[in-house]
Write a protein that binds this ligand. Structure first.
Ligand SMILES: [Zn+2]
Length: 456
């Protein structure tokens, strides 16, 4: 903050205001919140001008100010204007900020005014020349997201992707390298419905506080397994949202999931459960939204080619590799789906698959059904909502109970299977969950613990 003093002084002098020849104390409260960067410059400058009678004090009552000052008195863009604008709109206060930060802040919907310089802000406060309102950014068309039509074959995996999209389910692909696991995962945002306005604002607020360029479509984040846990979940001495929050309302793709540090994977359990992440710092606790859809990929063994002659992995190595994913984490992944390798011949014989637009239409219809019935997507159903919206007939109940016992699935997986079956019924346009849908949902739990050894 020390540099702020020099910037404010120069900006005032260069804008031909008088800099008071007295000792000036600027109190930034509350003291326990970290303050950094130049975003307080404008407020400090206006405070000095008001205290020294150079702008009318009473005009400040309804305003908030954010902006960094250049030595010339020009205003410079600041990061994180949207969360501030949302707070201002909620409090019913006018916000004044640099022009470059305006379009982002305008998403909040409150009264947001933009200025290029300290002098313009003062002209507004003197009621000499009102500042212009910030303009909302134009909504862009979803940009060329990779299309599902490019993925040849892999009908099972494509079906799983559609089901995951329709119900918002977490998904794990396993299979050897080169089978298109990454290709498939990266096409998930393209079959999801576009961001609703309130979702767009939430995503924009996260990117704003991370100081990143704004998105107009569902995020797709694919951090490398060497990323630090801070980069993954957020934090740092000046806390910033991590990858899981940058994936909020979108897709978090973890390729080669077992290669991520165990500790980092275990942290995912909380956000997977409640859609946010709490970061405890020495001085403050920060909560970031992290309501993402997880898509993970892994090889069947450390080398990836289990079952082929070139695989030299020992049973011990294979066990250790798979055990990096803990049972509780695997429980939270609704669907575990094999992506097998295809021979050149098989690929040749496969017709071109459906486009993302075709699949997206079915996903949208299934989601519409869910929202009309329960006002949320199936992945978010909890507790008594499950009883109400996923009620099973007698036969279906017996089938599910027996299968879960036989497969040794946990209580949590039981509920996950039920939710996936609900989504399958919604995709089929059916009110009641049928036995076929339960069987298909169970088939997506290939990796659960007791079965592990036999299935891959
Ligand atoms: Zn191997």
């Amino acid at each position: 903050m020390r540099e702020s003093r020099d910037r404010v002084r120069s900006a005032l002098v260069n804008s031909h205001f008088e800099f008071p020849q007295r000792r000036i104390t600027v109190n930034l409260a509350p003291a326990d919140l970290p303050k950094e960067g130049g975003r307080y410059d404008l407020a400090i400058a206006i405070g000095i001008l008001a205290a020294s009678g150079q702008v009318p004090c009473e005009s400040l009552e309804s305003y908030e100010f954010i902006g960094e000052l250049a030595l010339t008195g020009a205003l410079r863009e600041v990061a994180g204007s949207l969360p501030a604008a949302i707070a201002c709109a909620t409090a019913g206060r006018k916000l004044v900020l640099p022009r470059e930060s305006g379009s982002e802040a305008a998403l909040a919907g409150g009264e947001v005014k933009v200025a290029d310089s300290l002098l313009q802000v003062c002209a507004e406060l003197h009621s000499r020349e009102p500042l212009p309102q910030a303009q909302r950014p134009e909504r862009e068309e979803a940009r060329g997201c990779a299309d599902l039509a490019d993925v040849r074959g892999q009908l099972k995996a494509r079906r799983a992707l559609e089901v995951a999209a329709a119900g918002g389910h977490n998904l794990l692909f396993y299979g050897p390298p080169g089978t298109g696991k990454t290709m498939l995962a990266s096409r998930l945002p393209g079959i999801l419905p576009p961001l609703a306005t309130d979702e767009l604002i939430e995503v924009a607020a996260v990117y704003s506080s991370a100081g990143l360029a704004q998105l107009r479509q569902r995020p797709f984040r694919a951090p490398h397994h060497s990323a630090s846990s801070t980069a993954l979940v957020g934090g740092g001495s000046n806390p910033k949202p991590g990858e899981i929050s940058l994936a909020h309302r979108g897709v978090l793709f973890l390729d080669e999931m077992p290669e991520f540090p165990r500790h980092a994977l275990e942290i995912l359990r909380e956000p997977l459960e409640n859609g946010e992440v709490r970061i405890s710092r020495a001085r403050a606790q920060v909560t970031y939204p992290a309501n993402f859809q997880l898509v993970a990929a892994m090889n069947p063994c450390p080398c990836g080619y289990l079952g082929e002659p070139r695989c030299r992995c020992t049973p011990d190595q294979i066990d250790r590799y798979r055990n990096k994913l803990s049972g509780p984490l695997l429980d939270r992944i609704d669907m575990q789906v094999e992506v097998a390798s295809m021979s050149a011949g098989q690929l040749q014989d496969t017709p071109v698959g459906e486009s993302s637009a075709q699949v997206r239409a079915r996903v949208a219809a299934a989601r519409q059904r869910q929202l009309a019935r329960q006002e949320k997507i199936n992945a978010q159903l909890q507790g008594s909502e499950l009883d109400r919206h996923c009620a099973l007939g007698k036969n279906e109940q017996t089938l599910l109970r027996h299968s879960v016992e036989q497969l040794g699935l946990s209580a949590r997986s039981y509920h996950r299977v039920l939710k996936v079956a609900r989504t399958l019924a919604d995709l089929a346009g059916e009110e009641q969950i049928g036995a076929g849908q339960i069987a298909e949902a169970l088939a997506y739990r290939n990796l659960d613990r007791r079965q592990l050894a036999e299935t891959i």
